[in-house]
Each structure stands twice: as structure tokens, then as C-alpha cells.
Design a protein around this ligand. Sequence first.
Ligand SMILES: Nc1ncnc2c1ncn2[C@@H]1O[C@H](COP(=O)(O)OP(=O)(O)O)[C@@H](O)[C@H]1O
Ligand SMILES: [Mg+2]
Length: 252
Amino acid sequence: MALLDVSDVTMKFGELVANRGVSFTVETGSIVGLIGPNGAGKTTLFNCISGLCKPTEGKICFDGNDITGWKPYQIAAKGAVRTFQVVRPLKDMTVFDNVLVGAFLKCSDNRKAFQKADECIGLCRLETVRERLAGELSIGGKKRLEMARALATSPKLLMLDEVMAGLTSTEVNESVEVIQKLKQAGLTLMVVEHVLDAIMSIADKIVVLDGGIKIAEDTPGRIIDDERVIEAYLGAKYSQRYKRRNEIGAVD
Ligand SMILES: Nc1ncnc2c1ncn2[C@@H]1O[C@H](COP(=O)(O)OP(=O)(O)O)[C@@H](O)[C@H]1O
Ligand SMILES: [Mg+2]
């Protein structure tokens, strides 16, 4: 059974339709990439799944529960959590305390919560800024903090909204490594990302949105050849470059 089942979800803001009849599933233990141009409705879909928006129509099932219209804290408690594209640190608290807030969702015991927070700080490579105020971090640091705080809640599904935007290429590689480690540990992930090389390398499946509509859902290898996706988002140049590089990789 799929961990997440998004069925015919429509989200309207007045006249504006941010998501229109979107359906897809996320299998347990997989990484699903969600891509598309700016304004395609990716963040809105995360808002619907995480309870920040109540879909106008449609149904969202998570881990066997119909969570449509549930509050964010109820959905987080069930194990579906997300990071924010526009980072939201508790900026006057230390990095450690920010992550601890996440840990307290599931740990009632102080010692266990502290342990969990430090484990997530280590995983997201925040050890050197553990005692710094969150507001003082670089954008890369704040993105990693978003991830650590979400991870500290011990989720089953982690939804990452552009956590690699604004990072250096070394930081992108580090984030890819962290995501792969999380998958190996059994976590299921949905990843919204414009860093295409990163998303193509980690996703088992990619869902493409354009103008609020799902225009494709397939493996990275097939998405790269999808004319509609090339036209709406990838561009012919990227598609050719990706294929050429992978062919060269295969020969080498
Ligand atoms: N709370 C809101 N109220 C009104 N319009 C919104 C709201 N949230 C998103 N939108 C609109 O919905 C569309 C999709 O936005 P968004 O989901 O942020 O796209 P993406 O994350 O793919 O860039 C955009 O036109 C955006 O302006
Ligand atoms: Mg967005």
C-alpha cells in the first residue's frame, strides 16, 4: 500500500486554481521528486498535504488515514512533516533549541529529546553552529536547520521544499548524501527542487506540475524524454546534456 495517496486534489484561491485534479501516490521507502516552473503549485500541494491549506476538492490519505482537512499538528503527529521554502527558524533561539522543539513532538522524556536533537544536528552537519542563534545562520545553514527540525519529529514522510536553493555545489552534494542516507534508513521523501541534477539523481519517480496540473509522472530516465515536460520546464538543452552525460557515463 502507498504511504501517501493524493487523489484528485484541487486547491482554489478565489478565481486562481493553484492545483487542479492532482493525483499520485508515494510508495513507502521511495523518493518522489516534485518539479515544475515557478507558480506551478508545488508548495501549495505541500500545504495541502501538511494541513496548511484545506483542499477545495479531493482526498489525501496518509498511512491508512484520510487526513484531508486535518490540522497541521495532527498530520505532523501522524508522521508527515515538511520544511518551508521561505525558511522559518525560531530566530532568537539557538540551533539546538530549534531542533529540540521538533524532537519534543514525539519525545516526552528530556534525555531522549536531547539525544534526538543532537542526532539530527549531526546528520544535517550543524554541529559547528549548534549554539549559534538561528537568525545568524547563512541561508545554507537555515535550510539545513529546517531539515534538522523536521527530522527531529521522527517522521515517516519528509517533504522538502527547495532545501538546496542558494547552496554551493559542495553543499548540494552534502544535501544529496543526507537525503540518500535518510532513504537508506527507511524514510519516505517528497522533494521539491529546481537543482535538476540533484533531483534526477535521487528520485525514484518524478511528478511534474505545470499551471497546477500534473503533466507527467514517471522515472527520471523517462521524464527526461517527455516532450511536454521538456517544453514546460526542462528545456531541450538540459534534456540533451543530461542524456549525453549519462551515455558517456555508461561507456566509461
Ligand atoms: N495563500 C495563497 N493565496 C493566493 N494565491 C496563492 C496562495 N498560495 C499560492 N498562491 C498562488 O498559487 C500559485 C501556485 O503557487 P505555489 O504553490 O507557491 O507554486 P510553486 O511552489 O510551484 O512555485 C501561484 O500563482 C501563487 O501565487
Ligand atoms: Mg514553491
